[in-house]
Structure formats: structure tokens, C-alpha cells
Design a protein around this ligand. Structure first.
Ligand SMILES: NC(=O)c1ccc[n+]([C@@H]2O[C@H](COP(=O)([O-])OP(=O)(O)OC[C@H]3O[C@@H](n4cnc5c(N)ncnc54)[C@H](O)[C@@H]3O)[C@@H](O)[C@H]2O)c1
Length: 351
């Protein structure tokens, strides 16, 4: 199968690209290479005859039409997005343009191409979204695919809008779509402004480890390589027009997660005292959602998918990866945009 993957130089997109090439798929990676992208994320497949790269912005409709016509993909996996909640609070404009207008452009470019190709039945447009569209949970309950949308940040509102557009293009134009909404991902190649890499790297640098509020927010942690497997499964086996929630079945309070990482570092990179002594509680993010939890019954029962690792095992692999891959994260820490955020306390972490 030939896949057009958008955002394939980002965190999750690159995991999809690496896995798809390993499975023998042809992949065209379409990415604008924003601050969040990293060419090294796909270095392991860049020399493969199965891999092609197109530097393009999904806000540029003409570029998208050219790429569809040139590569003639069998399916699209749309991951390109502005993805950081804190940045959406600081400046929502890019989120509206990339996540909403960009998705509209992708849908239209796909529709033109699919129509001109005789509407092949096997074509798929897979839209990758977030559980944050469902809002915030109390102590009980989980998000199902039927949970009403209730986004509360500029980021989640822009993703919710993009989900609605994708469903509308299916209902109105018959575009063959599938959707997925996943929980918080973590793992190798996670950009160093998100919670888990911030914790690991601040700990290693002897800096404060910033935790929002009292660290009581709960997230359902999904190992990125498990997520990539689930995405390829939904693309190949998911029912048309259907959405699937993907979760790690690993709910943890942020403070417990941070303490687990500190304990792993104490074991793998011992120092005098514990890394946990560096934890500092910082002013909470405005509108900070209390709890996200995914009910993954549909993908488990219909497609037979389950996460392969517990959060304990996934975090162990992740901490090991950051300890072994300083050559990957060191240059990213030196990027100007990031230097102002990492370890800056307020606004530094994305739980
Ligand atoms: N990371 C998570 O925990 C998480 C959870 C749920 C859903 N998601 C969704 O998964 C997708 C991927 O997330 P991620 O964490 O890998 O994001 P990321 O920020 O690591 O990567 C996004 C990629 O998209 C590219 N991009 C951004 N704007 C673009 C534009 N206008 N044109 C072309 N490319 C552009 C960037 O260059 C980058 O390579 C996003 O749609 C996000 O909403 C992520």
C-alpha cells in the first residue's frame, strides 16, 4: 500500500512512518518541518526505497493537490497538527489555521484526487485526533466513541472542529474516512517540551521538575509504538466512517508518573539523593482538564487490539532511550523556541 502520511517528522507521525516502512508499505511523508519536527526522527528509513519526503504546508492547497497527483497514494494518514496545549493558550492562531483550515485543505485535495481516480472503494482518509475533544472527566467514567464533544482549550477545540469536518466529508461527499481519538502518547522521539521528556531532561540537568498544580490531573498513557500499531490496524481493518478510541489502559496521576520516572532514573543513572527532590509544584494551567480516560472496548472487540506494554514497562524503555540518545535531544534543547520553555515552570509541561 502507498501511504501519504502528514506530520511524519513529528512524534507520532514518525513512529507511524518507521513502522509502515518496516511492514513494507511505501510512504510519502508530507511535513512542513515546523519547530516540532525533527529530520532525525525518520533518519532510520530515509535511505529506504520505500520512503519519500515532501516538504509542504497543509495550509497550501495547491501544494497538496500537486503531491496527491504526483504520488497517487492508496490512503492518507493525517497527523500534521499544532499539538501543544500551552502553545495554543499563548497563541491560538496557528492552531486554527493548521488544524482546521489545514484539515479542510487535506479533505478537499483528497476528494479531488479520489473523485478523479474514479472513487476507488479501497481508498482511505484516516484522521488522527485526540481524546481532549471530549473535555474533562470527574473521578468516574471513561470516554467512549459516543461521548459528546466538549473541548475546553484552543487546541482541543481546533481538533474537535477538524473531526467534524472529516465526518461531514464522509456524510456529504462519501469520502471513505476512518477516525481515531487517542490518549496521551509517550515514548522515544517525544519532543522535549512535553511532560515526560521535560521530567527526564530537567532531572538529568539538575533543574526543577515542574508539575502543574498539585499533580493530581490524571491521564491515560499510551506507548507511541503501540499507538502506531493501532493506527495501521484501523487504517486496514476499521469500518468506513467509524471512529475508534485508542487508550493505553494506564491511568496515572501526573505526580505518580513523575515519581515513577524519578525512581527509574535513581536506578539507571544514580546520583547523590533522589531525583524526586527536584520536583517543584507550579501554578496550574488555565482550564486544566482534570482527568482523561479512554474506554478502548470498540477497538479491542472489533479489531482485536490491545496495548502491548504497561506504563511501567513503557516508561522504563523511554527513560533508557533518553539516556542512550543524547545526540537526538541535545540539538533540540538548543533550538531557540524551546530554550524559553523548557524548565520555565509555568507553561513548561504538557500533561
Ligand atoms: N502527542 C499526543 O499525546 C497526542 C495525543 C492525541 C492526539 N494527538 C494527535 O496526533 C497527531 C500527531 O501528534 P504529535 O504529538 O506527533 O505532534 P507533533 O507536534 O510531534 O508533530 C506534528 C508534526 O506536524 C507537522 N506540521 C505542523 N503544522 C503543519 C502544517 N501546517 N503543514 C504540514 N505539517 C505540519 C510538524 O512539522 C510536525 O512534524 C496530531 O494530530 C495530534 O493532535 C497527539
Amino acid at each position: 500500500m502507498k501511504l501519504l502520511v502528514t506530520g511524519g517528522a513529528g512524534f507520532i507521525g514518525s513512529a507511524v512512518v518507521r513502522l509502515a516502512v518496516a511492514r513494507g508499505h511505501q510512504v510519502v511523508n508530507l511535513d512542513a518541518m515546523t519547530y516540532a519536527a525533527c529530520a532525525a526522527n525518520v533518519a532510520s528509513v530515509a535511505g529506504s526505497g520505500l520512503y519519500a519526503f515532501e516538504k509542504a504546508d497543509i495550509r497550501d492547497r495547491a501544494a497538496l493537490e500537486r503531491i496527491f497527483a504526483a504520488h497517487r497514494p492508496d490512503a492518507v494518514m493525517h497527523l500534521a497538527a499544532e499539538s501543544h496545549v500551552d502553545r495554543s493558550i499563548d497563541g491560538p492562531g496557528d492552531f486554527i489555521e493548521t488544524n482546521i483550515t489545514g484539515t479542510y485543505n487535506m479533505l478537499e485535495a483528497a476528494r479531488v484526487y479520489w473523485t478523479a481516480s474514479g472513487k476507488p472503494e479501497g481508498f482511505r482518509f484516516h484522521h488522527i485526533s485526540t481524546d481532549e475533544v471530549f473535555g474533562s472527566l470527574g473521578a468516574e467514567g471513561q470516554f467512549t466513541e459516543a461521548t459528546p464533544y466538549d473541548p475546553r482549550s484552543p487546541y482541543s477545540a481546533s481538533k474537535a472542529a477538524s473531526d467534524h469536518l472529516v465526518r461531514a466529508w464522509h456524510e456529504t461527499y462519501g469520502l471513505p474516512v476512518v477516525l481515531t481519538n487517542c490518549s496521551n502518547n509517550y515514548g522515544p522521539y517525544h519532543f522535549p517540551e512535553k511532560l515526560i521528556p521535560v521530567v527526564i531532561l530537567n532531572a538529568l540537568h539538575g533543574r526543577e521538575i515542574p508539575v502543574y498544580g498539585k499533580g493530581e490531573n490524571i491521564r491515560d498513557w499510551l506507548y507511541v509504538e503501540d499507538h502506531a500499531e493501532a493506527l495501521l490496524l484501523v487504517l486496514e481493518k476499521g469500518a468506513l466512517g467509524r471512529s475508534y478510541n485508542i487508550g493505553g489502559e494506564n491511568e496515572r496521576r501526573n505526580i505518580d508518573l513523575v515519581r515513577m520516572i524519578c525512581a527509574l532514573l535513581d536506578e539507571m543513572q544514580p546520583k547523590a539523593g533522589s531525583y524526586a527532590e527536584q520536583i517543584a509544584f507550579v501554578t496550574d494551567r488555565p482550564g486544566h482538564d482534570a482527568r482523561y480516560a479512554i474506554d478502548p472496548s470498540r477497538i479491542r472487540e472489533e479489531l482485536g487490539w490491545r496495548p502491548s506494554v504497561t506504563v511501567e514497562e513503557g516508561l522504563r524503555r523511554t527513560v533508557r532511550w533518553y539516556l542512550d540518545n543524547e545526540a537526538w535531544w541535545r540539538p533540540l534543547l538548543e533550538r531557540a523556541e524551546l530554550g524559553q520553555r523548557l524548565g520555565a515552570g509555568d507553561g513548561a509541561v504538557k500533561p
